[in-house]
Write a protein that binds this ligand. Structure first.
Ligand code: 13P
Length: 256
């Protein structure tokens, strides 16, 4: 089963629309020598903050590079101050949206049921969910990693697994590796990815082998290659290093 590798830049709360346009110009320059058949070898998406989506989308237009959002509300519209709907993301041409990032879960109180409702809300949409799962250091130390990520994934599969099929993307991001410079070793990451794969196949059969599982947590040019070489690591979700267009382009092109 060949799964098209996917690299996603998560800018978190960084970059204005003007800064996004400057980034896009530099990033496209860096990607240009690889552009001809890149889309058949490696898919690339960038998730800026909401205010920069429109500008970045225009700046990426015609490049084959995809636009992603960092969050979405489960409802189609309504009195939800500060929230953004799937239709708004569709209108901006987003191909992906992050759902259940650990920062949303930890800092904004999103629980498994809310995350599952968000993913369910994307059934039938052109915007595909990237479901983030991951354990805390305390959970890893008491050997609960697979139980935690299995629960986080299971809720989403129960709510929308059959309807989404291979449109679902999963991202394993151990919380202790996010923004800490402490990357999971490729072996350790592969173990968790294999556990997630087993659950996907148990629940969805062959489709589970088509679903991409990304790794995130202190990914940089120096470690992306060894992570991507593992059989169940189908891409990367990059925070800090993706703010530098040269570094993110190196991750994308050196591994394509
Ligand atoms: P860092 O790459 O900065 O560790 O962030 C990872 C992350 O949270 C991406 O979603």
């Amino acid at each position: 089963m060949s799964r098209l590798p996917l690299a996603v830049a998560n800018w978190k709360m960084h970059r204005t629309p003007d800064e996004a346009a400057v980034y896009a110009e530099r990033f496209r320059e860096r990607m240009a020598p690889h552009a001809a058949d890149l889309d058949r070898r490696f898919e690339v998406a960038i998730a800026p903050p909401f205010p920069a989506l429109d500008r970045l989308g225009r700046a990426l237009s015609g490049s084959g590079l995809a636009l992603a959002a960092q969050n979405v509300h489960p409802e189609l519209e309504g009195a939800f101050t500060g929230e953004v709907s799937r239709g708004m993301l569709e209108a901006l041409g987003c191909r992906y949206v992050l759902v259940g990032h650990s920062e949303r879960r930890q800092l904004f109180g999103e629980d498994d049921a809310f995350v599952a409702a968000k993913v369910k809300g994307l059934v039938g949409s052109s915007v595909r969910p990237i479901l983030c799962v991951g354990e805390t250091l305390a959970e890893r130390e008491r050997d609960a990693t697979l139980e935690v990520v299995g629960r986080q994934l299971g809720c989403v599969l129960d709510a929308a697994g059959d309807a989404l099929g291979s449109r679902l993307v999963v991202a394993y991001e151990p919380i202790w590796a996010i923004g800490t410079g402490r990357t999971a070793t490729p072996e350790l990451a592969q173990d968790v990815h294999a556990g997630l794969r087993e659950r996907l196949v148990d629940r969805l059969g062959g489709i589970g082998r088509e679903i991409r599982i990304l790794y995130g947590g202190s990914v940089k040019p120096a470690n992306a290659g060894e992570l991507l070489a593992r059989p169940d690591i189908d891409g990367v979700l990059v925070g800090g290093a993706s703010l530098d267009p040269d570094a993110f382009a190196a991750i994308c092109t050196e591994n394509a």
